[in-house]
Design a protein around this ligand. Structure first.
Ligand code: UYC
Length: 228
């Protein structure tokens, strides 16, 4: 086991994203020694912006039953690995916790709820967003929300991922719905049971934006100046 662990250290530190993705669960299955390597890795990278590789490591450490790993995260990353910055004093830690636990369905609901808070008390009551509210969202908060989603989804989910696909499709909405699994032929994907609440979903599948009131709010979100 000890030499097993050593042989995984190098690919973890220097491998391609794909190699890192494979090696992280392997190390997590090698007991305390493997978890030690993962903790060291996360610690060494603590002053760099978090990537989804860090997110994966954080997630396997937090879901391990090792008290040492739990204590390590508590001491070094008490609020996770993404800085929870907000210009409007909004607490994004509930989303951080849900995403780290890979509860994508609850995280999706709380994301909408926090965006309504960001828009103000009338949006909180209404429970959906006007496009004019979305246009005025502070870049800081959108950046925080998006980074949380990207980092904790192996780079699969988040507004920036949806935007990239949308631009790649020449901003064609119908093609976007197909591509991200929101529509199949003439049929809308039904909320909540027909959506895929895990990483087997298509890229860009989450977070959801209900299209019942049209595309304008989502268009504002994907066109926001923060992404350019
Ligand atoms: N729903 O179909 N959706 C709801 C989506 C549409 C509808 C919630 C997404 C099409 C109704 C979420 C898609 C449509 C309700 C989503 C989708 C439709 C509802 C819960 C693929 C009919 C009941 C939170 C684009 C043809 C609530 C919320 C209501 C709910 C998401 C119907 C997250 C991504 C056009 C009747 N749908 N939604 O936002 O408001 O309400 O009446 O998009």
């Amino acid at each position: 086991t000890a030499s097993n662990i050593e042989s995984l250290r190098q690919p973890l530190v220097a491998g391609s994203l794909q190699i890192q993705q494979q090696v992280i669960p392997q190390l997590a299955n090698l007991g305390e020694g493997g978890l030690d390597v993962l903790m060291e890795f996360l610690y060494e990278r603590r002053n760099n912006p978090a990537t989804w590789v860090d997110g994966k490591v954080y997630q396997v450490l937090s879901s391990s039953d090792s008290p040492k790993a739990k204590e390590f995260l508590q001491n070094n990353f008490p609020s996770g690995i993404v800085p929870l910055k907000s210009d409007s004093n909004i607490d994004y830690s509930p989303i951080q916790k849900l995403l780290a636990a890979q509860d994508f369905q609850a995280a999706d609901r709380v994301t909408l709820q926090k965006m309504c808070e960001l828009a103000g008390p009338t949006a909180v009551q209404r429970k959906w967003l006007y496009f004019t509210e979305v246009e005025n969202f502070p870049a800081t908060d959108l950046q925080t929300l998006n980074t949380l989603w990207v980092v904790h989804s192996e780079g699969k989910f988040g507004f920036s991922v949806q935007r990239e696909i949308w631009l790649g499709l020449g901003k064609n909405w119908d093609n976007l719905w197909e591509k991200i699994g929101w529509k199949k032929g003439n049929n809308w994907t039904r909320y909540p049971n027909e959506f895929t609440w895990n990483l087997s979903a298509p890229r860009g599948h989450l977070p959801l934006s209900n299209q019942l009131r049209g595309v304008r709010a989502m268009a504002s979100l994907l066109s926001h100046s923060v992404w350019s």
